[in-house]
Write a protein that binds this ligand. Structure first.
Ligand code: GLA
Length: 391
């Protein structure tokens, strides 16, 4: 997305031009699902769709936020951020919870929040599992970081945005979406390690394209089902701690260990834990496949990941399963799986580059024929992470 007419639209609302423009992408995750909140490993990348924020500091008055795509505005006073969180949530319209959450987290991390006006637009498809909310949070936080010249690392910025999501949206998400939006590298996939908080970029093999396809199924109940999975994983850790002192996360178990420990786990914690343990191992192998240019090997891991998300972690659904099944049968496909939290949203497929266009057409056509639903497909360009410019 180019900065386009954002400055002019900002000026039409606030009568002055913005002084900072920030951009932050959505993300797609290739492998490593529901492992970030288990100290695991994942392989996401940034995408070409992004949120853009224009911001200008002012000397006084309420903070004003304008969501250009919605034609909506919301204003709040800085002292409102000190109110009990339930009150702040109740006084904030749904769409504004992400930017207001960033402001809340900013203040509660001990930093001064300036008076400012901000306008934003976002072309990351909403409700598609491509992290439009993280893009909005990270774009605003990047603009504020640049305005105040705060020496925050990428991880600190991502954590601030994650706490906005926890507090204002009530989703107990891991760090993957915000971290990817901050740190993505063009033409690369990130190997993120959520235990050591280290990131390494891995180039995409030249002969492949990443295809994202939205099933068109809205992620209804996604927040409550997601939080339930987080709880179930915590429950598995608590059960295992009774048998292993100091046990802290599912990351500590290898697939070989799992066999001897599984008997200590009740259901559904056992199935959830098995998925997490094996998915982390798949990411380790997947990073090696990418580095060795082994697209077929990576595709097999994607297929296994989907089966595990469907059968063990139980976050898929009929449309996601159908779309993955169709994709896996198409010419040029290495592998396909659901991406993001699941419960609706999108699939991601690794495809031979020369056949990506044809793959998209076939996938949409067959999905329509078999489900009666229209899919949206995109060939993904792995884009760079957030940046902010003073203008
Ligand atoms: C959502 C969350 C992430 C991650 C994924 C599943 O996108 O925001 O933190 O847990 O689901 O991998």
């Amino acid at each position: 997305m180019s900065t386009g007419d954002l400055p002019a639209r900002f000026e039409a609302i606030f009568r002055q031009k913005p002084t900072i423009l920030a951009r932050a992408p959505g993300r797609v995750n290739l492998l490593g699902e529901h492992v970030d909140y288990n100290n695991g490993l994942a392989l996401p990348c940034g995408i070409q769709f992004a949120a853009l924020v224009g911001l200008r500091e002012k000397s006084s008055g309420p903070v004003r936020l304008a969501a250009l795509d919605l034609g909506a505005e919301h204003a709040f006073r800085l002292p409102d951020l000190e109110a009990p969180i339930d009150q702040l949530r109740a006084n904030t319209p749904d769409w504004a919870r992400y930017p207001v959450g960033v402001c809340w987290a900013w203040v509660h991390s001990g930093h001064r929040l300036p008076h400012f006006d901000a306008a934003y637009t976002c072309d990351v498809p909403a409700e598609a599992g491509l992290s439009s909310s993280a893009a909005i949070e990270v774009a605003l936080a990047s603009a504020l970081r640049s305005l105040q010249a705060v020496e925050w690392s990428d991880i600190e910025l991502a954590k601030l945005c994650q706490s906005a999501e926890h507090t204002m949206a009530g989703v107990h998400s891991g760090l993957m979406d915000q971290w990817t939006s901050v740190s993505a590298v063009k033409d690369h996939v990130l190997l993120l390690d959520f235990e050591y908080l280290s990131a390494r970029s891995v180039p995409l093999p030249a002969q492949v394209s990443i295809v994202v396809a939205d099933t068109g199924v809205p992620r209804a109940l996604a927040a409550s089902a997601y939080n339930q999975r987080v709880q179930e994983c915590h429950h598995a850790v608590a059960e295992l701690r009774r048998h292993r002192d100091g046990f802290e996360s599912l990351r500590e178990i290898t697939p070989e260990d799992f066999g001897s420990l599984a008997g200590h786990l009740s259901q559904p914690a056992r199935m959830r834990a098995q998925h997490v343990v094996e998915e982390i191992e798949r990411v380790r192998q997947g990073a090696k496949c990418l580095e060795g240019g082994d697209a077929a090997g990576f595709g097999k891991l994607m297929r296994a990941s989907h089966a595990s998300l469907r059968d063990l972690f139980q976050v898929s659904g009929p449309e996601l399963d159908k779309m993955v099944e169709i994709a896996n049968r198409l010419d040029g496909a290495y592998g396909s799986r659901l991406t993001g939290a699941g419960f609706g949203g999108s699939t991601v497929s690794l495809v031979e580059r020369d056949r990506a266009g044809e793959f998209c057409d076939q996938l949409a056509r067959r999905y329509l024929a078999e489900t009666g639903k229209r899919a949206k497909t995109w060939v993904c360009q792995a884009g760079a992470g957030a940046h902010a410019d003073v203008i």
